[in-house]
Design a protein around this ligand. Structure first.
Ligand code: URA
Ligand code: SF4
Length: 215
């Protein structure tokens, strides 16, 4: 089975990785998407955020979290006292998966399959090895399951300091501490009456991640 592994160069710098990822054919998602949306941020970042996959806006811009979910994320980071600039931001899957809306005018986000997540994971491992973050924040079930296994249940492990499975991840990031929280889009997609509470819970988890980092 094809995966990104055939396309990941054996280097530890994110610029080279990002350039190589533009040519990835590790799964079928490159066919309809505009471009690979690689992670973005300083290579020496102490914190890494991992989302699900680029959305419509990210697919066009080539940058992660620049659309509505990104705005909400920025607001939550601000309230949690985390500055975005020094953080490395990426996604579990690097191409936008979508289906056309009924009239074909809009592109509707579609959750990536387990096969696609696993196919794309070599890029995420390579980013982890290049950045060696002290704290990794997993935003939503797709990111959490990509790194912690398909059986991982987000609701059971919020507010905990987790670690990456030693037998799966690159040796140099086994010490990274991991915090799992909801995806910013779930705040936007949830019922209006639940939005405030779900936003506050995202802020609380991001604040917790900052405290883990600050020690
Ligand atoms: N949702 C994500 O998970 N990532 C993005 O980059 C944008 C929206
Ligand atoms: Fe490669 Fe990931 Fe894009 Fe699939 S989604 S083609 S594995 S970069």
């Amino acid at each position: 089975m094809a995966t990104a592994a055939d396309f990941v160069p054996p280097v530890h710098d994110v610029e080279t990785l990002a350039a190589a990822a533009q040519a990835c054919r590790g799964c079928g998602l490159y066919e309809k998407a505009t471009q690979t949306v690689f992670g973005s941020g300083p290579e020496r970042a102490r914190m890494m955020l991992v989302g699900e996959q680029p959305g419509d806006r990210e697919d066009l811009a080539g940058e992660p979290f620049v659309g509505p979910a990104g705005r909400l994320l920025d607001k939550a980071l601000g309230e949690a006292g985390v500055e975005r600039t020094p953080v490395y931001v990426t996604n579990a899957v690097k191409h936008f998966k979508f289906v056309p809306s009924e009239r074909g005018k809009r592109r509707i986000h579609k959750t990536p399959s387990r096969t696609e997540v696993v196919a794309c994971r070599p890029w995420l491992f390579a980013e982890l090895e290049a950045v060696e973050p002290e704290v990794v924040v997993l935003l939503g079930a797709t990111a959490a399951k990509a790194l912690l296994g398909n059986a991982f249940r987000l609701t059971e492990h919020r507010g905990e300091v987790l670690s990456l499975p030693a037998d799966e991840v690159p040796a140099t990031v086994r010490e990274s501490r991991v915090v799992a929280t909801i995806h910013p889009s779930s705040v936007l997609r949830g019922p209006p009456e639940a939005r405030d509470e779900s936003f506050r819970s995202l802020v609380a988890d991001l604040r917790f991640a900052r405290e883990v980092l600050d020690g």
